[in-house]
Every structure is written in structure tokens, then in C-alpha cells.
Design a protein. Structure first.
Length: 565
């Protein structure tokens, strides 16, 4: 056993959550070590759907284009009638598709194999000289005031070694059976679901690959559900058999699995080939009591698990990581107090609680309300809120809004708000920052260049201050507050209305002068010409503040850029 010196951040677990936070920290110049218990990278079909908000996160991290090389639009779902299982009951989209808009360029879920998303994120880490250490796991940890001492078991060529290394911070993204969570004493409140399921992959011939396929058979007990969809490998299909099933009997051998698929679908024309793999899946609905214990954090499945409905799991995990990443980076760079890290729990707990309620409700409806076409649509087709555009932190102690002081964190309880938002709401502090296209740079060498978008300016490495309706009296105080921030930590852009001429006065200290040629930015942020507001966008793409002048900007940043303890 060896004792090494303190390094900065250890990430345990190399799934979407662990990889996302590692990449966010590396982009901010914070060294990371990332380990994974498994000896190899998996190839199984896991979390498939990337919701639009998660696509935005991966866009900011520079990973989305490569992910989409193996991505397709979320396919519609066919439901079949009984007896016979061949006649179509109805066809529907789980989330109705919509055209992209200037504020929502990624407006529909896409199907991307999780192993591909993870491979893309690992290649991004490699650009910073970081790689995942396989067959390496935490077996114990001990906290002190200024570090976490982690005992790590590593296996190389069949030989195990034990090391004890100290880190300033530890992030547990090590799954539902998280050792980090258990060793840290965090509770995992909830219960096992009564649902039983068998997941697997099978080779299947002569079947439609453009849809998902669903059979729901009512019996004396709960209905039997069979969901089948094509994978990216020709001829290979993923399936989930759930409800009134007995895994102990079905998983006796491959032929028993095939027979269960035939019985559940009543299809005598299924040409079943080899079984690639199967697993007995027993979902639970649980979440931690808090996301932080001292210098240890949990994210993703280590913090919350649920039934596999609604396409929220992987997406919520990624957003856990993105929420924590920028805050931890500021603390590690000495720009913020460790107390900023408390807001990770404060912001994510209500969101995850709502997410669990959504997935439980959807699962209940699927089993109780799927007996005819109208009931199927009601049970399976959910609103656009599952795209997660409405997820917000309006109650957070570090957001501030001059326009809607009634929802200021000092006057509102999180339980009174909807963490998944309300469609059509005006943007408030704590909400997702909308994109805006058609922004034309004015002044300087870039004047007259191709229009840009707000999403090209936002970054996980800095705050962005957008100054709308600039007036001379306001500009000076706002820019003075921005300049008081640590160098390089804030990017400022003055956004003139579309009616502004291409010749605008120079503004001392601003990073960009933009004209809202198409009026998208003013519309999406609810701004009127003649009004003057500063909108502060956090590194995770959420609005931190909407304020009228320099005093409000100072108020927001004083809660962020505190002296490190």
C-alpha cells in the first residue's frame, strides 16, 4: 500500500455523468483522474435517448457533432393488437416531433447508443491528456477537512494492487450500487419497484427497423409488455420484456428466452436468431438525501435511480454533472468559496424529485391505461416537458431577478415551484438560456461577417453577460461591475435592437457588440426596446440573473466570485 500526495479531483465511474464532469473540469483547466470498475468498456444497449437539453450540454462541450454521426431521430412506436400480434393498433411518437427554432436548434430527442456517446466523450478527454483507468475501483474512503483519502484497488494483467491516494475532491458517478455513496453515509431513500423485467439483445430477421414495436397483453395479473427496437447493428434488436413475467423461468436458457418473446407477441413469424445477452432487471425508485457530503459528491445513478420510462435517466445524470462542474472549477481555481458547492444539492434535489415522480407516473399509466388506442396514447405520449427545456433553478440562492422578484430565492420555496417549468413562461433567472440566431457583429474587424448565435458565445468556461437596450447611464455601471470580476471569467456582449444602425458607439471593455438583426434575442428574453437589462448566463447555460444595472450585476457576482476559504 502506498500513500501519495494530494491531487485535485478523482471521478469514480466513467459513464455519461462521470465523463461529462471530467470533461467540464478539464476544459476549465482542472486536472482530473477518472477510474472505472469494469475491466472493459461496455457495448450493451443502455440509455439511448438524448433529450434536446442534453444535446445542448454536449454542444457546449464540443462533443455533439461526433455523437450525431451514429444518431437518428427518435423513432415512432407501433402498438399491435391481440390476438395474433400482427395488426397495428396505433402508431405514435413518444414525444411529438417539432421543427427546430432559432431559440431551440436541437428540438427533438435523438437515438444515440450510450457506448458511442461515452466513446466520443473519452476521445474529448484524450485531447487534454486524460484517459479512463479500467479495472480500477474505490474500496474505501476517509474524509478530512482539506482532502479525501481514497483506497483504490487496481487490477492489471490479473494482478491486484492497492493504493491510498489523497484528493481535494471526490465525485461518485459509480452507479446505483455506488461505493462512494455508501462510504460517505448518504441515504438512498425510496423502494424497489414491483416491476420485473428482462432486457436483452437478439438477432431477428425480416422486421421493420424504422419503428419501435410494442405488444401489451392483458392477463390475470399485470399486463405483459414487450418492447423491441432495432439497434445500429444490422439484424440485432434490443428488447425489454416486463410486467407479468418470471425471470427465473425465462432465463433458464436461450430457447426459454426466445419462447417468452414468441408468447408475449403471439407472433409466429418471428425468425429469432442468436441471443447476444440477457439480464434480469429489477428497477428501484430511489434518490439521495443530499448530493454532497463534505468533499464528496454523487451524480447520476449514484444519486438517483428510477423505472426506465420517459427517457430522463441519462439526461438527468449529464445535467447533474454539468451543474456541478462549473462550480467545482471556480472553487479549484480559487475564484469561489467552497460554499458555492452547496448549491449543487439545493438546485438538483427538487429537479430529481420531480423527475422520479414523472417516471413513476408514466410507468403506472403504462400498466393501467393501455387497453385501447386512446388509452395507449394517453399512457405513452407525454408532453414536451420531457425534452427538459423547462428545467429551472428559480428557487436557487444564487439566482437574482429584477423583473420577477416574487420568485427570488429569498421569497419562494422550491416546493411551490415546478422544477420542470411551464410552457410559455417568460424567461426568468434560473431558467435555461434560450439560443438566438441572427446576431450580427458590429464594429471592429468582424463587422459584416456571417451572423452568429448566442450558443456560439456561451461556454462552460465563463459567465456571459448580455446587455440589452444599452443606455449610456446603465452601460457604465454594468461594465464597471463586469470589469471587477476575475480576468477571463466573464464574457460581455452588448446586444443592440435590430433597428440599430451598423454604426454604434464604441463601448469601453465589452467583448462584443451585437445587433439583433432578426429580433430573436429580444423576443426570447422578453426585452423591449427602450428598456435596459443585463442578463447573466452561467457556464451551464442557465440564467443566473436578470438585472437593471451595475448594482444587480455586482449582487449576482458577489455570491459567485467570493474569496476562497
Amino acid at each position: 500500500m502506498s500513500q501519495e500526495l494530494i491531487t485535485q479531483v478523482l471521478v469514480a465511474g466513467a459513464g455519461p455523468a462521470g465523463l461529462t464532469i471530467a470533461l467540464t473540469l478539464l476544459k476549465n483547466g482542472v486536472p482530473v483522474r477518472i477510474i472505472n470498475k469494469e475491466p472493459t468498456f461496455h457495448k450493451e444497449q443502455r440509455g439511448l435517448g438524448l433529450q434536446p437539453r442534453t444535446q445542448e450540454v454536449f454542444h457546449f462541450l464540443g462533443a455533439l457533432p461526433e455523437m450525431k454521426t451514429m444518431g437518428v431521430d427518435l423513432q415512432p412506436l407501433k402498438f399491435y393488437k391481440f390476438p395474433g400480434g400482427k395488426e397495428i393498433l396505433t402508431t405514435l411518437h413518444l414525444v411529438p416531433p417539432e421543427e427546430g427554432t432559432p431559440s431551440r436548434p436541437f428540438n427533438n430527442p435523438i437515438q444515440v447508443p450510450q457506448y458511442h456517446s461515452e466513446a466520443v466523450l473519452r476521445s474529448c478527454l484524450a485531447q487534454y491528456g486524460c484517459s479512463v483507468e479500467l479495472h480500477t475501483e474505490i474500496v474505501g474512503l476517509k474524509q478530512s477537512d482539506d482532502h479525501v483519502e481514497a483506497t483504490i484497488k487496481k487490477t492489471v494483467d490479473g494482478k491486484e494492487s492497492i493504493e491510498t491516494t489523497s484528493y481535494r475532491w471526490l465525485i461518485g458517478a459509480d452507479g446505483g450500487r455506488s461505493v462512494v455513496r455508501k462510504q460517505s453515509g448518504l441515504t438512498f431513500e425510496g423502494a424497489a419497484s414491483p416491476e420485473k423485467a428482462i432486457l436483452g439483445e437478439v438477432y431477428l430477421e425480416g422486421f421493420d427497423t424504422e419503428h419501435w414495436h410494442m405488444w401489451i397483453k392483458y392477463t390475470d395479473g399485470p399486463p405483459t409488455n414487450l418492447l423491441v427496437r432495432a439497434t445500429e447493428v444490422p439484424g440485432k434488436f434490443w428488447f425489454m420484456l416486463s410486467g407479468n413475467v418470471d425471470p427465473d423461468k425465462i432465463l433458464v436458457d436461450d430457447e426459454s428466452v426466445k419462447q417468452a418473446l414468441r408468447v408475449a407477441s403471439e407472433r409466429d413469424d418471428l425468425r429469432l436468431g442468436g441471443i447476444v445477452h440477457v439480464t434480469d432487471y429489477r428497477p428501484s425508485v430511489r434518490m439521495v438525501n443530499k448530493f454532497r457530503e463534505g468533499r464528496v459528491f454523487v451524480a447520476g445513478d449514484a444519486a438517483h435511480v428510477h423505472t426506465p420510462r420517459g427517457g430522463q435517466g441519462v439526461n438527468s445524470s449529464v445535467q447533474d454533472a454539468f451543474n456541478l462542474g462549473w462550480k467545482l472549477a471556480l472553487v479549484e481555481k480559487g475564484l469561489a468559496s467552497p460554499s458555492l458547492l452547496d448549491t449543487y444539492s439545493e438546485e438538483r434535489l427538487p429537479v430529481i424529485k420531480q423527475m422520479l415522480q414523472e417516471t413513476v407516473s408514466m410507468t403506472r399509466d403504462i400498466f393501467e391505461k393501455a387497453h385501447d388506442e386512446n388509452a395507449v396514447k394517453s399512457a405513452w405520449q407525454r408532453g414536451t416537458h420531457l425534452k427538459q427545456f423547462g428545467i429551472n433553478y428559480r428557487w436557487s440562492p444564487i439566482v437574482f431577478d429584477d423583473r420577477f422578484k416574487a420568485v427570488d430565492s429569498q421569497h419562494a420555496e422550491a416546493s411551490a415551484l415546478n422544477p420542470y417549468g411551464t410552457e410559455g413562461d417568460v424567461v426568468r433567472a434560473g431558467d435555461r438560456a434560450p439560443n438566438a440566431t441572427g446576431l450580427v457583429r458590429i464594429g471592429g474587424r468582424d463587422e459584416g461577417s456571417q451572423p452568429t448565435s448566442l450558443f456560439s458565445i456561451l461556454s462552460p468556461t465563463h459567465h456571459t453577460v448580455l446587455i440589452f437596450g444599452p443606455q449610456a447611464a446603465d452601460l457604465g455601471s454594468i461594465m464597471k461591475s463586469v470589469k471587477a470580476c476575475p480576468p477571463g471569467a466573464v464574457y460581455s456582449a452588448i446586444v443592440y435592437p435590430g433597428s440599430t444602425s451598423t454604426t454604434s458607439p464604441a463601448v469601453d471593455g465589452s467583448d462584443a457588440l451585437l445587433r439583433d438583426r432578426d429580433g430573436v434575442a429580444y423576443t426570447e428574453y422578453g426585452m423591449l426596446e427602450g428598456e435596459s437589462f443585463a442578463v447573466v448566463v452561467r457556464p451551464d447555460g442557465f440564467v443566473g440573473a436578470i438585472v437593471r444595472g451595475g448594482e444587480g450585476v455586482t449582487k449576482y457576482f458577489s455570491a459567485i466570485f467570493s474569496t476562497a476559504a
